[in-house]
Design a binder for this molecule. Structure first.
Ligand SMILES: [Fe+2]
Ligand SMILES: [Fe+2]
Length: 331
């Protein structure tokens, strides 16, 4: 018997999900970023970020860094704006690795700005395309007192423009350099993204996405979702472009929650793609938040995926229309 993917989707959508049965994400799968030059990015993510190349196809690579995967694809724009703080992506690291990382970035000629906020030592830096990263060390960095104060703690404004650079990987090769220990990140800490309306974002990320509001001060809020923190703010920044695929942020979901989550999102006024698959095993779905930031749901193994639409790049007929995923949210 032939299983029509549209019927699967419709039947899922027809099921009304009650709030107390709200499906949940189970973790963060990956963050996929736009880059200017894939060759340059590969060098940066393996050498400077210490990533392990885990997937490579034409035009797309993935690196495992600590407990997350960072994907990279060439796009005409979509990295953090030249003057902006959002979006940015943060890793935890301990005090010893914070010190190592400061030297590591200098050695690779990557402009960086170390500073402190209360007991936390931080560093901002960009990848060669401009994507902004933050390192977050909340204990054990002995040199913390020597760092400048954060802007909202009496320090000067951070000059995000000065962190942009043209990376010359050849001039930073290791020849002639003394070996120093490679720094290690502990885990992924957060993604902080731009939103257009803070109150709306708070409603969306708590009620629809199921996050727990853990911080809400000064035009900046954070939710914890499946063990990771997503921050959002109306401070200067950009969302995923209206028709762009990158950046996007992907959550894992258990098989039993995949179709209920599709139904839940649609029931809450969220426009989604069809559930689709590349290989007939993994279940995938894209949707945007009300501001336009692109999210993905990633289910490793799902029986129903055998009948999902196949991606065009995988020889199927399904091509995702990223522009069509924008919507006016009335929630
Ligand atoms: Fe941050
Ligand atoms: Fe993805």
């Amino acid at each position: 018997m032939r299983f029509d993917p549209a019927e699967t989707v419709n039947s899922a959508s027809a099921t009304e999900i009650l709030p107390d049965k709200q499906p949940r994400f189970s973790g963060m799968s990956h963050v996929s970023l736009a880059c200017r030059d894939l060759v340059e990015s590969k060098m940066f993510y393996s050498e400077v970020m210490g990533g392990e190349l885990v997937h490579e196809i034409a035009g797309f690579v993935e690196y495992r860094i600590a407990d997350i995967v960072i994907g990279l694809s060439e796009q005409r724009g979509g990295w953090t704006g030249a003057d902006d703080e959002y979006p940015h992506y943060a890793f935890y690291l301990d005090g010893a690795n914070f010190e190592l990382m400061k030297h590591w970035l200098d050695r690779y000629a990557v402009p960086n700005y170390p500073y402190r906020r209360d007991d936390t030592a931080l560093i901002y830096f960009r990848d060669p395309s401009g994507n902004l990263f933050e390192l977050y060390c909340d204990r054990g960095y002995e040199g913390i007192a020597s760092l400048p104060l954060a802007p909202r703690r009496g320090g000067q404004a951070i000059d995000f423009r000065s962190l942009n650079y043209r990376w010359n990987a050849n001039s930073t090769t290791l020849s002639g350099m003394t070996e120093i220990q490679r720094p290690r990140f502990t885990s992924f800490a957060h993604a902080s993204i731009f939103c257009t309306e803070l109150e709306q974002a708070k409603r969306f990320f708590t009620k629809v996405i199921g996050g727990e509001l853990i911080h809400d001060v000064d035009g900046f809020a954070e939710v914890r979702i499946a063990g990771v923190i997503i921050g959002f703010t109306v401070r200067p920044g950009t969302t995923t472009g209206r028709d762009a695929e990158y950046p996007h942020y992907a959550f894992f979901i258990e098989a039993k929650d995949f179709l209920p989550m599709v139904a839940w999102l649609r029931q809450n006024g969220v426009v989604t793609t069809e559930p689709w698959t590349r290989d007939g095993v993994k279940g995938l779905l894209y949707f945007r938040d009300p501001a336009g930031n692109l999210f993905e749901i990633y289910c490793r193994k799902l029986g129903e995926a055998a009948s999902f639409a196949r991606g065009k790049k995988q020889g199927g007929g399904y091509e995702i229309d990223f522009a069509a995923l924008n919507y006016e949210w009335d929630g």
